[in-house]
Each structure stands twice: as C-alpha cells, then as structure tokens.
Design a protein. Structure first.
Length: 116
C-alpha cells in the first residue's frame, strides 16, 4: 500500500463529498456578490474581536456582545450568508471527525478533557 496513492484517493473522495461541495459552492456564491462578501468580512472581524477579547479578558464586554448579536441577526437574515455559515459549520464538524480518526490511528490523539 502506497500512502501517497491513498492520500490522492482521499483527496478525490473529499472533493466530491456533500460537506465540501456545499461549502465550496456557497463560498463561490458569497464571492460573486460584493455586498455579501463585505457583510461576511465585517461579521468575521467582529467574531475575531470577540474571540480576542474573550482570550485576553476571559469574558466579553457588553459592547462586543451587542455588536456580535446585532451583526449576527443581520447576517442570518441573508439566505446566502446563512447557507454559507451552515455549510462551513458542517464542513468543520466533518473535518474534525476525520482528524480525530487519523490522529487516533496514529496513536497521537489528544488526551484533553474538555468537559467542565
């Protein structure tokens, strides 16, 4: 068995799986509409700002919470962006599952307890 052949086979399968196809197509649709692209970019900036603040301070300020909620409400009303965000989330879950399978097979899975 050649590992590179299997990697190429996996790449072909991945390219055609529903999660990747939907993610790629919804991203293409966003990129074709400048207003949607800007709206998504603005939403990502606010998400990053919130993430940075959460890491730095341990919690979100009311100002960031309000920005995130307001922009989130606007973004989810846009069907193309809503579809993209859902496709992105679905792809993320699938990719995380694949990585868990691979790292477990290699015997290097993380032993971090994420339960609180």
């Amino acid at each position: 068995m050649n590992i590179y052949d299997k990697a190429y086979e996996f790449a072909r399968i991945l390219k055609e799986c529903n999660e990747v196809v939907e993610y790629r197509e919804s991203l293409k649709k966003i990129k074709e509409n400048e207003a949607n692209k800007k709206m998504l970019d603005d939403f990502r900036k606010i998400q990053f700002e919130a993430y940075s603040e959460q890491i730095e301070k341990g919690e979100l300020s009311d100002s960031i919470k309000e920005k995130l909620e307001n922009m989130g409400s606007v973004v989810t009303l846009n069907p193309d962006i809503g579809k993209f965000l859902q496709a992105e989330a679905n792809f993320g879950v699938m990719w995380e599952d694949v990585m868990k399978i691979l790292t477990k097979a290699m015997g290097i899975e993380a032993e971090i307890d994420t339960r609180e």
